[in-house]
Design a protein around this ligand. Structure first.
Ligand code: ADP
Length: 481
């Protein structure tokens, strides 16, 4: 099977978030399973300095925005890079400190066209084009409009994976010429969205199949509460909308092999975890009574992650006798807000406004619980990592958190964490209190930790689930858009 993965980012080449891990790992795993998978990315500034790319000699000339844009195609192993220096040779992927790049509509419209042209030029005929997020979502539209009668793509199916519906690629109507499309597609049934152009909407309408990164999120995005205005059209395509959980790499994230933590440990021998906690408390200048729990938050300081509940509940949590560590980065405003709290000198609170992967390992290993009061969470990796480290999640019952955490039941002594439904401070604190009530009963708590540590959220599983979905689509079971 020939699979082309088109993405705005993928490890090891370029990364701003979890999408890069998913795309990069999927590419590697599909090839390991014997498929012929290619990855296609824009050639951003910096990639060439790190990787030895080979020119293919393929030149692309694409007419957009009233002129010709020239590109060329490079390869690194089976990864394909679209070079167009005036569009991509910058340090940021989608923007810089000043914000999003103003020509992003043109940059990714060009990318979408170049992906299709380069397939033809290098003679790679994909059975499946696997698209990821808005940056690649115009491809099904172009396939339908311009390649409709093209024999080359006659048997090609498209799958669009939505990693976060909060990012849709919405631009003013004036970008239509940059997309190389006319007013005829700018209708409510097409890519028009409240007077603007919406890239993701094109993908949702015209991709053959759709997926998102958990089953629960696949249901949620068809409702007004989580649909960001696209719930109506997602609901209409519900029969081809699937949920496949992301996974983590246990070679990097597992306390029995982790070289970045104070002491290794496993579900069979938890002694090392206590040493990790001591070391972490020392490092963060946290002094707790014996047997008091250490809580942490790791993630983007965004509205999505529910940071405001942590900030509003902080004094209460510390008042319950807990230590609290916050590791995150965000907008200048979010960081300044936390910075000022940090300077107020509370005891047993440690705030680190940095993206620090090494420290993150210590926090996962040394904490007793992680807090994830997210407003919405398409998949979430933090809770999967935490579970592996025996760090019990206290999380909102939404999206991937619902799919990966089983709420603790005191009667049956089952579950792997603590879930709460309503997004408000009182309900959040109630669920923390439920956890604190169990915590002193160390035998039950250890069983809870161990159940979480034994769960399997590895990336191997998700790669085979995508492979199954491709097969199902190609067998004709799912129909075409
Ligand atoms: P997102 O919505 O940001 O993709 P996820 O939970 O899916 O959230 O993934 C976040 C990943 O980034 C996790 O691996 C987490 O450990 C890591 N991470 C987030 N913030 C930080 C930080 N400040 N320092 C180190 N790692 C972080």
């Amino acid at each position: 099977m020939n699979v082309l993965i088109a993405s705005g980012e993928a490890v090891p080449y370029c990364k701003t978030g979890g999408l890069a891990d998913v795309a990069g790992v999927l590419f590697r795993e599909l090839n390991a399973m014997g498929m012929d998978a290619r990855l296609v990315l824009p050639l951003y500034g910096g990639i060439e300095r790190e990787f030895d790319l080979a020119a293919t000699g393929v030149e692309l000339e694409i007419f957009m925005n009233g002129r010709l844009y020239s590109g060329s195609v490079y390869m690194h192993d089976k990864a394909v890079f679209i070079r167009c220096d005036e569009l991509y040779a910058r340090e940021g992927l989608y923007g810089d400190k000043a914000g999003d790049f103003p020509d992003n509509a043109l940059r990714f419209a060009f990318f979408c066209r170049a992906v299709l042209e380069s397939c033809k030029a290098i003679g790679f005929r994909p059975d499946i084009i696997h698209l990821n997020d808005w940056q690649t979502a115009l491809i099904p539209l172009y396939l339908r409009m311009e390649y409709g009668g093209d024999d080359f793509f006659r048997n090609t199916l498209t799958l669009l994976t939505i990693h976060n519906l909060g990012y849709q690629g919405v631009f003013p109507r004036e970008v239509l010429p940059a997309l190389g499309v006319g007013e005829d597609v700018f209708t409510p049934e097409g890519i028009e969205f409240y007077g603007k152009v919406n890239f993701l909407k094109a993908g949702i309408l015209y991709a053959d199949i759709l997926s998102t990164v958990s089953r629960k999120y696949a249901e949620e995005i068809t409702t007004p509460e989580y649909g960001f205005g696209l719930d109506g059209i997602l609901g209409k395509r519900r029969d081809v909308l699937f949920g496949i959980l992301n996974g983590i790499d246990y070679r990097e994230w597992s306390p029995d092999v982790d070289t970045l933590i104070e002491s290794r440990y496993s579900a069979g021998d938890l002694k090392g975890k206590a040493l990790c906690k001591e070391r972490l408390m020392d490092e963060c200048n946290i002094r707790l009574k014996k047997g008091a729990p250490l809580l942490s938050f790791i993630g983007r300081l965004s509205v999505q992650k529910g940071v405001e509940l942590i900030v509003d509940g902080m004094d209460r949590l510390i008042g319950y006798g807990c230590g609290l560590i916050l590791l995150g980065t965000g907008t200048r405003e979010a960081e300044e807000n936390l910075m000022s709290i940090s300077l107020e000198g509370r005891e047993n609170l440690h705030i680190r406004l940095d993206f620090d992967e090494v420290f993150a390992h210590s926090v996962y290993a040394g904490s007793d619980m992680v807090l994830m009061p997210s407003r919405y969470e398409p998949c979430g990796l933090v809770q999967m990592i935490a579970l592996r480290y025996g760090t019990v999640p206290v999380a909102r019952n939404t999206g991937g958190l619902s799919d990966t955490i089983e709420d603790y039941n005191a009667l049956t002594d089952t579950g792997t964490g603590f879930l709460f439904d309503d997004y408000n401070l009182a309900v959040f604190l109630e669920s923390v209190k439920r956890a604190l009530t169990l915590y002193p009963f160390s035998r039950r708590w250890q069983k809870l930790m161990k159940r979480g540590m034994e769960k399997d959220f590895s990336w191997r599983r998700f790669a085979s689930e995508y492979a199954e979905l491709y097969k199902k689509a190609l067998s004709g079971e799912l129909g075409r858009a």
